[in-house]
Structures are given as structure tokens and as C-alpha cells.
Design a protein around this ligand. Structure first.
Ligand code: UDP
Length: 317
């Protein structure tokens, strides 16, 4: 029912989630090749396992055809910038990573007869019309708005994955990843968790966009990685699509207050402008992953926030 992974390719392996995935696979004795062009990933994220002889790093882009040695049983395709700040900074690169990049990663998996796990996104739901979000929801996405490079990029990544599955029989699986947080997020990443925690540690005002009533459901990175690994290992989910995230929903104002309390900061909360097309609510329905993968998150938001605040204390000067 579950295949033991032996040798995997992780594209985007030097990024936040990617580096935790590499680490988890290495701890299980899996050989890992990490491919990353370091556009948002960092060698710091993988520095502590570069001495491991089961790990190797290839500095290249997925946007051009790449060639590697033989023997891969699985490709985890995570390579893509993912922060709303990047949507403004490098929108064309994001679209290329999710079109050409996903094509090249799938072509590699097809050529090698490897399984393919796509890191898709809850952004496929856009500003969702149903709550909580089930995999059947087709989404409510502005196709040319400021988030479209990522939303539509992830949607075309899904379409590309299913086309390779249907046309060429590639053994694919798609994860729709909801908001994930933890150590190794970039402090200048611009997302709400790094922003609030960096601000708290520095004693600067905590910025809440709009009235802070919009919601997100935050998943600690170790839980998310456990879901991705199960998705790669499970034999019975060929062509499948799964929400992966923590269903614990909270408003952004609640998240800010929690950061304030757990960090002990004296910083005040300030309300600033809300970005265009910002989704109002987001909460995964994870029944399918529970039933078919036996997966669910275990890290309580207070524990996860504490660990992440501690990590930001170490990196914020
Ligand atoms: N947000 C906020 N303060 C910040 C950064 C973000 O209130 O300093 C809000 C943002 O407008 C959104 C939510 O927090 O409503 C989550 O934003 P994030 O950029 O983390 O990711 P998203 O889920 O939108 O992709």
C-alpha cells in the first residue's frame, strides 16, 4: 500500500518547505537530490546536510530542460516562489516556473518512470465560494489580477500534471497546500507570519491588513511535510488530488494577538491597507487526506507559533 522511497528529486529543495522535505526524507535514509536556482531558496536552508553523502545539490532552473543521473523513483516538484510580495516582484518568473518548470519536471518524471508529486496550492481556490474548501471546488480566481501569476500558475501546473497523467500514464499526485509556517521562512518574505514575528521580535508595530477579519488556517511545516511524504509513498492515490493543511481557522487579527501574547512583545497592532484580491476566508476540508492517507496535522498552533517565534529571534538582528 505504501512504497518505500529510495531516491528522490526535490525541485525547490532549498526553499522553506523544500528544505524541510529534504531533511525529513534524509532522516528516513532516502537519497535526495535537491534542485534549486536559489531565486527565493537559500543555501543556508540546506547547509546542515550538505555533508550527508545521501544528499546532493544542483544549482539550476526547472525552466529549462535538465538532465540528472539515473535511479529516481519519485519527483517532488516544489520549485516556485510563493509569497504575495513575489507576485509583484517576479510575476513572469512565477508563471514560467509553473508552466515551463512544471512541464520540465513532469517530462523528467515521465522519462525516468518516476512518481510525481506536485506542490499545488490553495490559491487554486482563489477567493473561495464554498467554505471550508473541498477538493471538488473549482475555485474563484481573477485570471488577470495581481495574484493571477501564482493562482493561474498553480492551476496550469495542476492541468499539466493531469495531462501527463492522462496522456502518458505518469503516476501523479497533487497536493493543494494551505498556509504553512515554521522555521526557515524568509524574514523578508512578506507573508503574515514572518512579518508579524519579525515585527514582534524587533519591537515594531504588528501590521494587520484591513480590519483583520479575513481568515487563514495555518499548518506547521513538519505536519505538512509528513503529508507530502505520505502522498509520495501511497500506492493507491495515482492521479489523486488532496488538500493538505491545518483546518484550525483563525482571523488575521487573532493571529496577530497570539503572536503578541506568545512573544511577550510590547508592540502595538496597527491596521494598514488590504491588498487587492485578498481572499476573505480559507480553511481546508482534509477529510480526503484523513481517509486515504491516514494523515492529519498534530502540532497545535500555540506550539508551532512558539517554535517559529524562537527561530525568528535567532535570525532577526
Ligand atoms: N497580512 C497582514 N499583515 C501582513 C502581511 C499579510 O495582515 O503583514 C494579511 C494578508 O493581507 C492576508 C493574510 O494576512 O489577508 C495572509 O497573507 P499572506 O501574505 O501570509 O498569504 P496568503 O494567504 O494571502 O497567500
Amino acid at each position: 500500500m505504501f512504497m518505500a522511497l529510495k531516491k528522490v528529486l526535490v525541485t525547490g529543495g532549498a526553499g522553506f518547505i523544500g528544505s524541510h522535505l529534504c531533511e525529513s526524507l534524509l532522516s528516513r535514509g532516502v537519497e535526495v537530490v535537491c534542485l534549486d536556482n536559489l531565486v527565493t531558496g537559500s543555501q543556508r536552508n540546506i547547509a546542515h546536510f550538505t555533508g550527508n553523502d545521501k544528499f546532493s545539490f544542483v544549482n539550476t532552473t526547472t525552466c529549462q530542460k535538465f538532465d540528472l543521473e539515473d535511479g529516481f523513483d519519485t519527483v517532488f516538484h516544489l520549485a516556485s516562489p510563493a509569497s504575495p510580495v513575489d507576485f509583484h516582484r517576479i510575476p513572469v518568473e512565477i508563471l514560467l516556473a509553473n508552466t515551463a518548470g512544471t512541464y520540465n519536471a513532469l517530462a523528467f518524471a515521465k522519462e525516468r518512470g518516476a512518481r510525481f508529486v506536485l506542490a499545488g496550492s490553495s490559491e487554486a481556490y482563489g477567493d473561495p465560494l464554498h467554505h471550508p474548501q473541498k477538493e471538488e471546488h473549482w475555485g474563484n480566481v481573477n485570471p488577470n489580477g495581481v495574484r493571477s501569476c501564482y493562482d493561474e500558475g498553480k492551476r496550469v501546473s495542476e492541468a499539466m500534471t493531469m495531462a501527463f497523467h492522462r496522456k502518458y500514464g505518469v503516476d501523479t499526485r497533487i497536493a493543494r497546500i494551505f498556509n504553512t509556517y515554521g522555521p526557515r521562512m524568509r524574514k523578508d518574505d512578506g507573508r503574515v507570519i514572518p512579518n508579524l514575528m519579525t515585527q514582534a521580535v524587533k519591537g515594531e508595530p504588528l501590521t494587520v491588513h484591513g480590519d483583520g477579519k479575513q481568515t487563514r488556517s495555518f499548518c506547521f511545516v513538519s505536519d505538512l511535510v509528513d503529508g507530502l511524504v505520505r502522498l509520495g509513498e501511497a500506492d493507491h492515490v495515482r492521479g489523486g488530488l488532496f488538500n493538505l493543511g491545518n483546518p484550525h481557522e483563525m482571523t488575521i487579527l487573532e493571529a496577530a494577538n497570539l503572536v503578541k501574547r506568545l512573544s511577550g512583545t510590547r508592540s502595538e497592532i496597527v491596521f494598514t491597507g488590504r491588498p487587492e484580491d485578498d481572499p476573505a476566508r480559507r480553511q481546508p476540508d482534509i477529510s480526503k487526506a484523513r481517509n486515504m492517507l491516514g494523515w492529519e496535522p498534530h502540532v497545535h498552533v500555540e506550539d508551532g507559533f512558539r517554535q517559529t517565534i524562537d527561530w525568528f529571534r535567532g535570525v532577526v538582528k
